[in-house]
Structures are given as structure tokens and as C-alpha cells.
Ligand binder design. Structure first.
Ligand SMILES: N[C@@H](CCC(=O)N[C@@H](CS)C(=O)NCC(=O)O)C(=O)O
Length: 251
């Protein structure tokens, strides 16, 4: 069976609680970091939603109808229209539910700062993370060293602008959501790829603050490793893997 509630650990509680039809349906996979972003946004803003556990690799017609590129996450709204891409979905949730705590600051300049760093996380940090997972320390030590250094460089660039405890200070924002899924997954590269949190100033504190944020804590599972084995063996043929391998952004 694709969805094994026991294997989802704590996240299962949230998934189980969100299996009734609602205006918003999140087509999502509990172990996927991109899907994790709008899931956090929905929990943050306390918006009712249905969690529709979806295996994108099955390319089921119902799923392709809402996600023509076959990628999770997707969100369908009350009349069934789809929204695609994890960050665009978060922005939709923000725009559709402006009265709930905002994921953006009020000030237009500060809002542009949030967008700048979300973009940097997407184009820099995220592909580096996947490239490091795919790098093989034993058979390709140079490629592994390079990937590790690139991850340190990208994460350091973001963390250099982190105010603490969250990116903007006390306010939790879309930058925290953009990087949050990796704050609860970086143990994979610690365990298998020699990554050390302490080498990036501020990351340990930021990652801990993110992991303890209720919206992240209750959507996180301790079972991520088994679902990243194909990346760790560099055998994944997903679009993320192919893009990261060739040094392209993940679209
Ligand atoms: N830029 C997209 C990336 C989404 C993405 O790559 N999703 C992966 C998660 S596993 C997927 O659906 N892959 C299916 C495939 O490669 O066919 C986003 O942020 O939503």
C-alpha cells in the first residue's frame, strides 16, 4: 500500500485528522519536502483542508487533471480549480485567507525581502541539498566535497540574513516555510554525507526553532530516510533528481 499511516509517525495524526472533504484539497505526499511547504502554511493559518495523499509517480488521470506536470504538491480550491507549485500555493493560501496570521510582513520593502530569500532558497539551497544527497562519497569523493561545500555556501548566504529565532526575527514568514522542510530533513545529509550544522553560523538555532514550531512539528515524520534511499544511491529518476544532477533549478 502506498500510504502506510504507521510509517508516517507523528505526521499521521495530522493526515488522519484531515481526511474529510473541504473546500481546499492538498494533493500531497507526506514525505515530500515540497508538499510539506503548503501543509505548513495551512496549519500555520489554521485553514480547513483535506489531505489527499498522492503518489505522483503513478501519474493517475485524476491527479494529472489537477497537476498537468505530474508534480506534488497541488491544491484544488472550492470549485476544483488547481493551483500548482509549492510556493505559489503558499501565496494563494495567504491571499485567500488574509485575516489569518500573515506569512508576510506588512511593509512592502520587507515583503520584497521575503520574496528575495524564498527565491534564493529555491534556486540555491534546494538543488544543492538534492545534489549532496546524490553525491557518492566513496566512489566520487571530489564531487561529494564540492556538493558539500556548495551546500554550506548557499545555506550560509541565507543564514547571514537570518535574525532569529525565525528569518525575520520573531515573525514567522514564508522564508521559514520555504526552508522549514529541510530543517527536519538535514539529519539525512548529516548521517550520510558529512554535513555538520555547526559549520553554518545560525543554522542550528534556526533549524531548532523551525522544528519546534507547531505547524512544522506536527507535520513532520521521523521516517524520511527510507523514502530518500533512491536519492542516496543516486538512482532516482524523478524530475527533482534529474534537475539537481544536471545543475538546473527545480521547476
Ligand atoms: N517546484 C515544484 C517542485 C515539485 C516537485 O518536484 N515535486 C516532486 C516531489 S516527489 C514530484 O512530484 N516529482 C514527481 C516526478 O518527478 O515525476 C514545487 O515547488 O512545487
Amino acid at each position: 500500500m502506498w500510504f502506510h499511516p504507521v510509517a508516517t509517525g507523528e505526521a499521521a495524526v495530522t493526515v488522519e485528522a484531515h481526511n474529510k472533504p473541504q473546500d481546499l484539497t492538498l494533493w500531497s505526499t507526506w514525505f515530500d519536502p515540497f508538499s510539506h511547504r503548503p501543509w505548513i502554511a495551512l496549519e500555520e493559518k489554521q485553514v480547513p483542508y483535506q489531505f489527499r495523499n498522492t503518489n505522483p509517480f503513478l501519474q493517475e488521470p485524476s491527479f494529472l487533471g489537477v497537476s498537468p506536470r505530474g508534480l506534488v504538491p497541488a491544491l484544488t480550491v472550492a470549485d476544483g480549480r488547481p493551483v500548482n507549485d509549492s510556493i505559489i500555493i503558499c501565496e494563494y493560501i495567504e491571499d485567500a485567507f488574509p485575516s489569518a496570521p500573515s506569512l508576510f510582513p506588512q511593509d512592502p520593502y520587507e515583503r520584497s525581502v521575503v520574496r528575495t530569500w524564498v527565491d534564493r532558497v529555491n534556486k540555491g539551497f534546494v538543488p544543492c541539498f538534492f545534489r549532496l544527497m546524490q553525491a557518492q562519497p566513496t566512489t566520487e569523493p571530489e564531487a561529494h566535497e564540492k556538493a558539500l561545500q556548495e551546500l554550506y555556501d548557499e545555506l550560509s548566504a541565507v543564514c547571514a540574513n537570518w535574525k532569529g529565532p525565525f528569518f525575520l526575527g520573531e515573525k514567522f514568514s514564508l522564508v521559514d516555510i520555504a526552508i522549514g522542510p529541510w530543517a527536519v530533513r538535514d539529519f539525512i545529509v548529516e548521517r550520510y554525507r558529512g554535513f555538520e550544522r555547526q559549520k553554518v553560523k545560525g543554522w542550528t538555532e534556526w533549524a531548532e526553532a523551525l522544528a519546534s514550531r507547531p505547524s512544522i512539528a506536527k507535520t513532520t515524520s521521523e521516517k524520511y530516510v527510507e523514502f530518500n534511499q533512491t536519492f542516496l544511491r543516486n538512482e532516482s529518476h524523478s524530475r527533482v533528481a534529474i534537475a539537481a544532477r544536471s545543475g538546473r533549478s527545480i521547476l
